[in-house]
Design a protein around this ligand. Structure first.
Ligand SMILES: [Zn+2]
Length: 423
């Protein structure tokens, strides 16, 4: 039997098209179909990231500017900005779907927000969602000179923080920083219950390793983008449910070019209710797999596995592979190898990896990780070397507490002049 999630949301897509035609970018680009069906929908052109870059800043604006609530940007790897903007109603849509994940935020929670506030949506999404349920917020920010790991640890330890919103790698870095500071991540943060993580793909092996380091605290994932807000959130069973009643999802098969509602391929998304910035068939350039198989949590929404970015795939010899595949291999035996951090690069057709391990026997750890990588990329020459932690984490980030800087113009007798560099 076809579930409601499978149904083609014709009326909602027609309304989305109608709104989109108010935006300069879509005006004239979207033909006026007599009656929309799956086939006519699939003939509509995709909206690509380069389209959004070319439309900077307001080419996709479909409401009077006075109705905007917030303006955001992401830049990705190209450095050219992609704008995104939302009305109050757009935000209500995003916050309410974001809150459906298995974290079950409530007013008793204290949430440490450790994703960026500057221009992107991520911190604002959690900030708005947590406030809307009456939770309290510690707005820690990210990529800020005011927030080294030492300060994060102090906040996590001294305040009754229950949920941390961060990138998965940060949960690993904080565990490392805690150990360095003489604290036990599994024992010394008893109020912390869940990491809600976003911003990078996460392998099952790395997730299991992070959860073990923190004494079994859960790591759940939210999947989204600055252009769209949350697209999917993880349930208590660890499956990532798509908000398919709020957005229409398609996957494009790389071989055939066909669009389907399930299976593996490149993810294409159309928000059904977006007002400020309608997106019609937005190609996120993420490789995913969508499944309509039922989930034990009882949610009827389909689930998605994020396999990586089209742009993140590398080649060595005749093999193509992603960071996620390598990550799965290197963290698979992390409890035994003592692995904290890794990185790898392609050099002269071979794969050169560096690891930082905490173990009595670095050689054995290197051999084990070498074998794991070789099994993942058979036929590729692999080298693995152990390096000091400073190659991955600057010492200053672990130990520094930075006072808030403000501009100063008058100095005492024994003070140095300071510049106006207070960023
Ligand atoms: Zn579920």
């Amino acid at each position: 039997m076809s579930s409601p999630a499978h149904a083609f949301p014709r009326q909602q897509l027609e309304e989305a098209l109608l709104r989109a035609r108010s935006a300069p970018f879509y005006e004239g680009r979207l033909p006026r179909a007599e009656k929309l069906d799956r086939r006519s929908w699939e003939r509509l052109p995709l909206t690509r990231k380069e389209d959004l870059r070319a439309a900077y800043p307001f080419g996709l604006l479909a409401v009077p500017q006075s109705q905007l609530s917030t303006y955001h940007e992401s830049s990705g790897t190209s450095g050219h900005p992609i704008s995104s903007y939302f009305t109050e109603s757009d935000w209500e849509d995003i916050l309410s779907r974001f809150l459906r994940n298995g974290v079950r935020l409530c007013r008793e929670d204290m949430v440490l927000i450790k994703t960026p506030y500057a221009l992107v949506t991520t911190a604002h999404q959690m900030h708005g969602a947590a406030r809307s349920v009456g939770a309290s917020i510690v707005p820690a920010d990210n990529r800020s000179a005011n927030m080294p790991y030492s300060r994060v640890l102090r906040l996590l330890h001294d305040l009754p923080v229950t949920v941390a919103w961060c990138m998965p790698t940060e949960a690993l870095l904080w565990a490392y920083a805690a150990r360095r500071a003489g604290r036990a991540p599994a024992r010394d943060f008893p109020r912390l219950r869940t990491f809600l993580a976003a911003g990078e793909p996460l392998s099952a092996a790395k997730r299991a390793h992070i959860e073990a380091l923190w004494g079994g605290k859960r790591v759940l994932i939210d999947y989204g983008s600055t252009e769209t807000g949350s697209l999917a959130g993880e349930c208590e069973q660890g499956r990532l449910h798509l908000w398919s009643d709020r957005l229409y999802f398609e996957v494009r098969d790389a071989q055939t070019g066909d669009f389907r509602e399930e299976g593996a391929g490149s993810l294409v998304v159309t928000p059904l209710f977006r007002e400020a910035m309608p997106l019609i068939r937005y190609d996120l350039e993420d490789v995913v797999e969508i499944s309509h198989a039922p989930c034990g949590c009882g949610r009827t929404l389909p689930t998605i596995r994020v396999l990586g970015r089209k742009t993140g795939v590398m080649n060595a010899g005749t093999r193509a592979f992603s960071a996620l595949e390598l990550e799965e291999a290197v963290y698979a035996n992390a409890a035994e190898t003592g692995l904290w951090f890794w990185r790898a690069r392609v050099r002269d057709g071979a794969l050169e990896a560096q690891i930082h391990v905490e173990t009595q026997n670095e050689d054995a750890a290197c051999r084990r990780i070498l074998q794991a990588i070789e099994a993942t990329v058979p036929g590729v020459r692999v080298r693995v070397a152990a390096v000091p932690a400073e190659c991955f984490v600057p010492e200053a980030l672990l130990s520094r507490e930075v006072p808030m800087q403000k501009p100063r113009f008058l100095f005492g007798e024994n003070e140095d002049w300071k510049s106006l560099d207070y960023a």
